[in-house]
Design a protein around this ligand. Sequence first.
Ligand code: ZN
Length: 470
Amino acid sequence: MPLSITFHGAAGTVTGSKHLLGLPDGRRVLLDCGMFQGEGPASDALNRRFGFNPEDIDALVLSHAHIDHSGLIPRMVAEGFRGPIYATEATRDLCEILLADSAYIQESDYRYDAKRAKKQGKAMTEIGPLYDSGDVAATMDLFRLVPYATPTVILPGVELTFIDTGHILGSASVHLTISGREGVRRISFSGDVGRYVDRLVPPPQPFPQADIIICESTYGDRDHPAAEGYEAELLGHVKRICVEQNGRLVIPAFSVGRTQELLHQLNKYFNQGLLPRVPVFVDSPLSVNATGIYRKHSALLRPEIRKELERDPDLFGFPGVEFVREASRSKELNGRKGPSITIAASGMMDAGRIRHHLFHSLGDPANAVLIVGFCAPGTFGARLLERPSTVNMYGEEVQVRASILTMDSYSAHADRSELLKWIGCQDPSLVRKVFLVHGADNSRENFRDLLNGQGFRRVELPRQGQRFEV
Ligand SMILES: [Zn+2]
């Protein structure tokens, strides 16, 4: 049997990362097991059908903790997967809180729907959550930790090496050397590639020569604005909205990665004496926990950041910042008068406490929503980026009078030039095939043309469920 790759997610979409390797001897290794997000009712259907039998998977290799890469692992476990899950320690730690949070949201949404159906005397039409906290606990027992740059045999004839991609804490590209009767095959999977500009985590690292590369292409069609001045950009928004307009600056952000980047930047302003006296609310229990994990793994941060730690032992906390855990406190903030900065999840604004903050802030022209991350098509965030005059929230039409601001510089994803730089460590003449995943079609097509120009002759844009022999 030839070696094969079947793309079960992030193939034509940005979410649901799931790539299945079929080894010549019949064993199966799955790269990532991400959740589909932002496709409305279609997401749920996609999340309930893997396209393969989880019991047949011999090992799972996880690039990083983001839910669109890890979010369906407990579902796999619920359906009978019992193999090892290989990840870095920071990825395991982040998964523990992210997956527990995901289960909690699903269970409480389900209970809410059931209660509402009962109240209305209707039959419950919703099917149950994808998984529960028990499945998450069983999942955590399957993790096997692999440090960066440490070749590790994960199955007979299959060696795994993780290399830092500088995307979030613990993120890695995955490099598999598969030896068999047919010879040696080297497969590299980018996971998500980070930035070469100054951030908390180090820049993406080069990787050994590969035969086959599965590469993300989220920003395959554009470059982020120049990094210079981005340090001052956030401060400019804070001064204009919170000081001059006395308004609220609402920042939707992923709890993991983006929130810590923002807190670190605000902490830096504070240390420099530049931060105006404005209360900062980090309104997400998950962010509070994730920040703890960033503190625990500070050895993985960029050397300059580790140096900062010698002068300031807490890079994410300063007078004026309040970490909000309780839902009752979160609700109090909605009625609060005066300027404030509120960082809350989710980044794409489809769920989480950010929805309440938006509902209570969008109507006032003094306020602003600062969008600092990628919003997948179909999400509430993508809708807001179109700057509509009204949006529908909780069954009400809400006027959008607040400014909608964007700041691309906080993106954790490599842009087009950075992706080219990442893959530039390879000799294109030795690469037999590049598969572009994790990008909308225009991004993938644009990046394919660029790669062709760099000498990567065979670049494929796989579709959902498509299988390739390699
Ligand atoms: Zn990611």
